[in-house]
Each structure stands twice: as structure tokens, then as C-alpha cells.
Design a protein around this ligand. Structure first.
Ligand code: KG4
Ligand code: ZN
Length: 338
């Protein structure tokens, strides 16, 4: 069974072909819009939609060509149908409906977050049940995953996502968007030490909250004379060393918050055999190493996807499409994005 996956929920246009019989990704291509949005310091929805319109058909052609199959040889068309930016989602969903109708193949609308939850299964056989920490620029959640397609939300962010905290602090420090990669690079240059002891929040609560952390970083910068609140500008005198110290302290804090929440879930008696870390923030090598040590000390296995499956991609959408297709849980042309 060959599934075409289409992903356009935010700022990546992506297409992939997954061979369900061989459990193998035959092709996976994407067009990132980072350069388009970076000048604005974040995603501009209208620009994202326009770029999806331009990219979607060439990318689907490329995915099929790389997989060396024709449209007619596909068995299913799977597309991210929620959650995401409405204008962006609509382009993927309209394209998927049209293709499915044209080649008379079943259509599947896939939840983007379910795609992330199972993204590490593309390359690993993970024992159920597992705890899944999903951390990206738009979401930060903890799930207990019982089986393919069966999962329970344990905790969510009450405000900002973890990736958003990196992006917003990077903006405060006049660093480029997205913030995560540069924050990691700077933190590495000062050996991931904790300089400023930012607040870790409530250790026992399961839900996440990152907006207070961003504010704490801001007021700490003000207190140390590095940031002018009136002009909302970082002082020009702030050098790379100070930025690296802030980056390193922030990264250590987010890592500690992640461990706190996993520990709280385990303390509450949630049974799990493994911990899985997914989403754009799971590109972070430092956090992965720390979570791995924490898991191994407790006899838990630890899994994460390759970086290209951490950030938004269509392979994870095609993967979910495969088990949904096996269960014949198809959608019809009334598939909506709401
Ligand atoms: O999953 P993703 O590509 O898009 C969303 O669905 O949001 O995640 C993007 C987020 C951004 O906030 C970015 O700063 C963060 O992932 N990110 C990182 C790293 N690489 C990307 N965060 C921490 N460390 C990284 N190396
Ligand atoms: Zn995502």
C-alpha cells in the first residue's frame, strides 16, 4: 500500500510517499519558508498560504518522481487537515481532495499532532505504552500513547509553546528566527552552564507554561542593565558572551521543565515503557542527551525522530495515513479544516 502524504499546516510545504507494506519512506520532500518569514521574526499567515499555492504541485510531482511511481499507482491520499493556519491547511486539503477525486483513491484527513506523536515510529519500533513529549513552535504537550492512533492528552501548554520561548527570547536578543538552533549553538559555546537561574515553574503541575519564562528573561535583562524597557531595545553594548549566557540558562531551564513534567507523570503512576521526544524542539541535541540519561536511569527506553522528521514533514502524515487506511477509516469530500 502506497500513501501520498501532504503537509501544509504552517510554514513548510511538504509531500512524501510511504510504502506501508515495506514500512519505508520512498520519498520525502519539502520547501521551507523560513527565509520568507524570518525578516518579520515569525510566520505571516497570508505569505505562508501564497507560498503553499506556489509550491504544492511541484513538490507532489517531485515526491512521486523520487518514489518512482505515478499518481495512478497510489493507494491513498493523506493530508494534514487540522490544527494549523486556516489558509495554509485549506491549500493542502483542497489539493488532496482534487487528487483523490481525479485518481479515484480514498482520502484521509490527518491530525498534525498525531503525525508528530508517531513521527519517531518511522524509524523505530517503539514499545507501547509510551509517554510522548511534543514540543514545537506552536505546541507543547505530553501524551500517553497506548497504540497506533490511540493516545490520551496528559498535559498541554497553558500559554506559549517551548519553541515559542526560544523564538521570543531570540528576538529579545536580536538573534535570527527561528531561535532554537542559534540558542543551542550559543549555549554550547558556554558549555550549557546555568548563569541566571530562571524560574522552573511549579514542579508538581503537569501542564506547561512558558510565557512567564519569557517575561522572567526580559525582566532579568532589564535588571542587569542589558535591556531598555522604554525603547524595547537590547543595549548595543550587549555582546555575544552575554547572549550565550542567556541562551544557555534558558536552554537548561526548558530542559529542567521537560524533566519535571515527565517525572510528575511517572509519579502519578502513568505506566510507560518508553519516552518519545518529538517536534521541532527535539532537534536539540543537548535536551535529547539529558532526557536520554534521565530515562536510562529509570529503566525507560528513549526515542526521537531524525531532525528532518522532528520539524514539520509529510512522511509522518503518510505514516498515520497508513494505519488509518488499514482500518479503512477514510474521509469523504466533506473533509474540513475545523
Ligand atoms: O515543529 P516545527 O518545525 O514547527 C512547528 O510546528 O512549530 O518547530 C519549530 C520550532 C521553532 O520554535 C524552533 O525554534 C524550534 O522548533 N527548534 C529548536 C531547535 N530547532 C528548531 N528548538 C530548540 N533547539 C533546536 N535545535
Ligand atoms: Zn508541527
Amino acid at each position: 500500500m502506497r500513501i501520498l502524504g501532504i503537509e501544509t499546516s504552517c510554514d513548510e510545504t511538504a509531500a512524501a510517499v510511504y510504502d506501508g507494506n515495506a514500512n519505508r519512506v520512498l520519498s520525502h520532500v519539502l520547501s521551507s519558508q523560513i527565509a520568507l518569514h524570518s525578516v518579520y521574526g515569525g510566520v505571516v499567515p497570508e505569505l505562508a498560504s501564497r507560498a503553499h499555492v506556489q509550491q504544492i504541485l511541484p513538490l507532489i510531482h517531485e515526491a512521486l518522481a523520487r518514489a518512482q511511481i505515478s499518481l495512478a499507482q497510489l493507494d491513498v491520499v493523506a493530508v494534514t487537515s487540522k490544527p494549523g493556519l486556516p489558509g495554509s491547511l485549506l491549500i493542502g486539503v483542497a489539493t488532496a481532495k482534487t487528487l483523490a477525486w481525479a485518481v479515484k483513491k480514498p482520502l484521509l484527513g490527518i491530525n498534525h499532532l498525531e503525525g508528530h506523536i508517531f513521527s519517531a515510529c518511522l524509524e523505530n519500533t517503539i514499545p507501547f505504552p509510551f509517554l510522548c513529549l511534543t514540543a514545537s513552535g506552536g505546541h507543547t504537550s505530553l501524551y500517553v500513547v497506548h497504540n497506533f492512533g490511540e493516545y490520551t492528552l496528559l498535559a498541554n501548554t497553558l500559554d506559549d509553546a517551548a519553541g515559542e520561548a526560544f523564538d521570543k527570547v531570540a528576538k529579545l536578543l536580536k538573534l535570527p528566527y527561528p531561535g532554537g538552533p542559534i540558542i543551542e549553538k550559543l549555549a554550547r559555546s558556554v558549555a550549557f552552564q546555568d548563569f541566571f537561574a530562571y524560574p522552573r515553574g511549579k514542579a508538581h503541575a503537569l501542564d506547561f507554561s512558558f510565557s512567564g519564562l519569557k517575561t522572567a528573561v526580559l525582566y532579568d535583562l532589564v535588571r542587569r542593565g542589558y535591556y531598555n524597557l522604554a525603547t524595547r531595545q537590547l543595549h548595543d553594548t550587549v555582546d555575544e558572551t552575554v547572549k550565550a549566557q542567556v541562551a544557555s540558562s534558558l536552554l537548561g531551564c526548558v530542559k529542567d521543565i521537560f524533566i519535571q513534567k515527565l517525572a510528575a507523570a511517572v509519579r502519578q503512576g502513568i505506566s510507560c515503557k518508553a519516552v518519545v521526544f518529538v517536534g521541532g524542539v527535539a532537534c536539540n541535541a543537548f535536551i535529547k542527551e539529558e532526557l536520554k540519561s534521565w530515562c536510562h536511569e529509570r529503566g525507560l527506553s528513549f526515542f526521537y525522530p531524525s531532525p528532518s522528521y522532528c520539524t514539520d514533514n509529510a512522511a509522518m502524515i503518510a505514516f498515520v495515513g497508513h494505519y488509518r487506511a488499514l482500518r479503512k477509516q477514510y474521509d469523504d469530500y466533506t473533509l474540513d479544516i475545523l
